[in-house]
Every structure is written in structure tokens, then in C-alpha cells.
Design a protein around this ligand. Structure first.
Ligand SMILES: CSCCC(=O)/C(O)=C/O
Ligand SMILES: [Fe+2]
Ligand code: NI
Length: 186
């Protein structure tokens, strides 16, 4: 189940808000300019399907978003818990960074934990299958795929170089929760 938790930046143990209500998540994130919405596949897709099949299943929403926001490239990334490079791949996103473009990701399958650092607050968003998140250009954040990563995501880029992260050098991400399975979640 998707979830938002909001913390004071100095209190990583005590969220001020925790909700799995999708409308409330979208409402809270909209206050900081972050988009959060749900898409449904036009045809059944599963992890392991070829990128073209996956892109085709979400063609309408992808075309709408590309037309609205001017993305230049759209790709599909997949990782499974058996991936031999999973530790390295996980480590790439674990520290606080930002991008000089919006970070827009759609979760076709699986999950990932985005944590955003905005002013004095920390917004932790557990994205699950069907969630689209759009994080504005220059927003400080980090991302954890977990120790047994499992997701398929569609990524949207406006910059020709694809993924470029600018790291802030802070250790704030070390103090906040990592991506662990939520007890009792199915
Ligand atoms: C879900 S795609 C991988 C995460 C990513 O691209 C990024 O920049 C995380 O901060
Ligand atoms: Fe990022
Ligand atoms: Ni401080």
C-alpha cells in the first residue's frame, strides 16, 4: 500500500503525519509542488515484459505527459532481488541529491521509497505499483530500492544525458528510514 509520512527534519523517529489515503497523499504533496497520481494499464503487463510492451500498455498516459511536460526520452528500468549489481545500484541513489530537471517516475510494478527534503520537513513516499510521482527540478531527495529490490519503473527525461545526480554531501539520508517491508502489508 502506498504511503506518505511527513517528519520534521530533526525527528526521524516521529512522523507528524502518516497516511495511505491516495487523495490525502496527493493533497499534501501538491502543497510542495510534487505530483502524485495513479495510472492503469491499457493491457495486462508484468515484470519481465519487454520495455516496448510496457510502454505500449501506458501509451495514452505517457503521450499526455510528454505533450504536457516536453519530455525528450522515456525509458523502462527493472530490477529484481536476484540482480547481481543490486547493492551498487541501490547505493547510487541513497544519498541526498537533486537533478536539474523534474524527476518523474511511474511504478509499473514493485515499489521504491522516495524521501524528499523540503525546507524543514522530510517527506517519505512509498511508491507502489500504479503510482506516478513527479518531483520538481532542484528538490533535494534520495531514493531507496531496498536490500531485495523489486520494481519496474518508467522514467521520463527532458535532459539529453539521462540520469544526472548532483550530490549535496550531507548525511541526512542516514538518519531517516530505509525501504523495509511494512509489517502486515500484503
Ligand atoms: C525509480 S527510478 C530510480 C531512481 C532515480 O532515478 C532517482 O533519481 C532517484 O533519486
Ligand atoms: Fe533522484
Ligand atoms: Ni538542522
Amino acid at each position: 500500500m502506498s504511503r506518505l509520512r511527513i517528519f520534521d527534519q530533526h525527528s526521524p523517529d516521529t512522523p507528524e503525519l502518516a497516511t495511505s489515503d491516495l487523495a490525502r497523499i496527493a493533497e499534501e504533496l501538491a502543497k510542495i509542488g510534487v505530483g502524485f497520481e495513479q495510472w492503469e494499464a491499457g493491457a495486462p503487463v508484468k515484470a519481465g515484459d519487454a520495455p516496448d510492451i510496457i510502454l505500449d500498455a501506458y501509451k495514452q498516459d505517457i503521450e499526455r505527459l510528454v505533450a504536457e511536460r516536453g519530455f525528450k526520452t522515456v525509458d523502462v528500468v527493472s530490477i529484481s532481488p536476484e540482480h547481481p549489481e543490486r547493492e551498487t545500484m541501490r547505493g547510487k541513489f541513497l544519498d541526498e541529491h537533486f537533478h536539474k530537471e523534474d524527476e518523474v517516475r511511474f511504478f509499473v510494478d514493485g515499489s521504491g521509497l522516495f524521501t524528499l527534503h523540503v525546507d524543514e520537513k522530510v517527506y517519505e513516499i512509498l511508491c507502489e505499483k500504479g503510482d506516478l510521482i513527479a518531483v520538481p527540478d532542484s528538490t533535494l531527495h534520495w531514493f531507496d530500492m531496498g536490500s531485495e529490490p523489486s520494481f519496474v519503473a518508467i522514467r521520463f527525461f527532458t535532459e539529453p544525458d539521462g540520469w544526472v545526480g548532483h550530490f549535496t554531501g550531507t548525511d541526512i539520508a542516514l538518519r531517516f528510514p530505509r525501504h523495509e517491508p511494512i509489517k502486515g502489508d500484503s
